[in-house]
Design a protein around this ligand. Structure first.
Ligand SMILES: NC(=O)c1ccc[n+]([C@@H]2O[C@H](COP(=O)([O-])OP(=O)(O)OC[C@H]3O[C@@H](n4cnc5c(N)ncnc54)[C@H](O)[C@@H]3O)[C@@H](O)[C@H]2O)c1
Length: 243
């Protein structure tokens, strides 16, 4: 496979696994993240394993920065076939204690960030009449989450955005879907939890709603980029039942 993918949040726990997995399949990968050094590290690991990757620094909430990321990807590889919008943040705070600027920060990265990256990708893909756009939402976007209402609201927004953009882009042969992992062992899911609280999660077997394994997410992404799903669009895929 010779296709090019941009993965935002590509230096993170889930994003880096997607970058490594797809690079091993032969995709050219743009590891895009605000954490530039961490993104460089993931890209270097991929190149060491004989894959093809570059790192791009991006703030997904900033249109100028997103435009620069797209330009960098196109300058290097000539095109972008797939966009994977995975950058996200979460904090744990009750609504009554939530400062307005924390609400704005989380919505800006998690929801506006998906809008800006998917928009930039769509503008590039429409004239080419092909492309696939994927994002990460969350079961929290349908079930809600106490102490993370801003996060849950942002992910509900990603689900609705996905369905809407899918309808707009279907005439252009571009699919848009989103992936909802269950709780996955990453820096994000460990934040705001004691090691003991996290250990309790780890003790639940995956088949009984325990942690999502990262290779499950990579496998679903592979499926959503495969020929088998060329007509699948506007869908939300849950790896665990949201509750
Ligand atoms: N970990 C889970 O349990 C879980 C469950 C469901 C959904 N998700 C979603 O999966 C995605 C990845 O999460 P993760 O668990 O790997 O978290 P993570 O914290 O390991 O990775 C998130 C990445 O996003 C990057 N990022 C943050 N702000 C950014 C910005 N403004 N611009 C560009 N990059 C930015 C961070 O630098 C980091 O590398 C997120 O969207 C998250 O909401 C995670």
């Amino acid at each position: 496979m010779n296709n090019v993918i941009i993965v935002t949040g590509g230096a993170g726990g889930i994003g880096s696994e997607i970058c490594r997995g797809l690079a091993a399949d032969g995709l050219k990968v743009v590891v895009a993240d605000y954490a530039k050094e961490a993104a460089e590290k993931v890209a270097a690991e991929i190149r060491d394993a004989k894959g093809d990757a570059i790192a791009a620094k991006v703030d997904v909430g900033n249109p100028q920065s997103v435009a620069e990321m797209m330009a960098q990807a196109i300058a290097k590889y000539g095109r972008v076939d797939y966009a994977f919008c995975g950058a996200g943040v979460m904090t744990r705070l009750p609504v009554v204690e939530m400062p307005e600027d924390e609400w704005d920060r989380v919505l800006r990265i998690n929801l506006k960030g998906v809008f800006l990256c998917a928009q930039a990708a769509a503008r590039h893909m429409i004239p080419r009449k092909q492309g696939r756009s994927l994002s990460i939402a969350s079961g929290r976007g349908v079930a809600g989450q106490a102490r993370s209402a801003h996060y849950a609201a942002s992910k509900a927004g990603v689900i609705a955005f996905t369905k809407s953009l899918a309808v707009e882009l279907a005439p252009h042969n571009i699919t848009v879907n989103c992936v909802c992992p269950g709780a996955t062992d990453t820096p994000m899911s460990r934040s705001g939890m004691t090691p003991e609280q996290f250990k309790q999660r780890e003790e639940i077997p995956p088949l009984l709603d325990g942690l999502t394994q990262k290779d499950e997410i990579v496998g679903l992404v592979r499926y959503l980029l495969s020929d088998a799903t060329r007509f699948v669009t506007g869908q939300t895929f849950f790896l665990r039942t949201p509750k």
